[in-house]
Design a protein around this ligand. Sequence first.
Ligand code: HEM
Length: 151
Amino acid sequence: MASGGNRWRADCLGVRDGVACRAMLMILKAVHVTSVLLTFVSFSVRGAWMLSGSQMLERAWVKVAPHVIDTILLISAIGLMIQIRQYPGSHAWLTAKLVALVLYIVFGSISLRRGRTKAIRVTSGIAALVVFFYIVAVAVTHSPLPFVRTT
Ligand code: HEM
């Protein structure tokens, strides 16, 4: 793992590696991973509703909830980056995550909203899921090439 040694090196208001700092990191990660799970469930359920032509997609809360989840996901990601002192642009795995997140959003919006035919929507939905699992693999390995052995 590229930066395994940094796993517990956190920075909380200048107090490094203290108990409170570790607790903060664990809480932020729990919030981040929970919002990751929720975004996955939300995307899958809306995909199923899209395929079945359900009117549920028109409900206000169904339109708002994904934005709330994604905002929490991004805020927790920013908190985690500050704590582990790693950022897109200087750490390749985080650059890869950010670029992949943009792809996930683009494929997701084609799948749920913009795709003109069902075939385009299904193909984009599958592409979004592939990108999603790539992001998870990048997060777990801290590598932009999670499926490539480097040793
Ligand atoms: C759909 C989008 C995302 C998914 C599926 C995702 C997934 C994950 C997962 C599963 C973890 C836990 C990894 C572990 O503990 O082994 C994680 C941690 C993390 N993620 Fe995300 N993430 C996403 C978006 C982002 C974004 C956009 C950023 C910032 C550019 C980000 C930054 C981080 C950081 C800094 C950690 C902590 C890594 C550590 O402490 O070792 N994530 N992410």
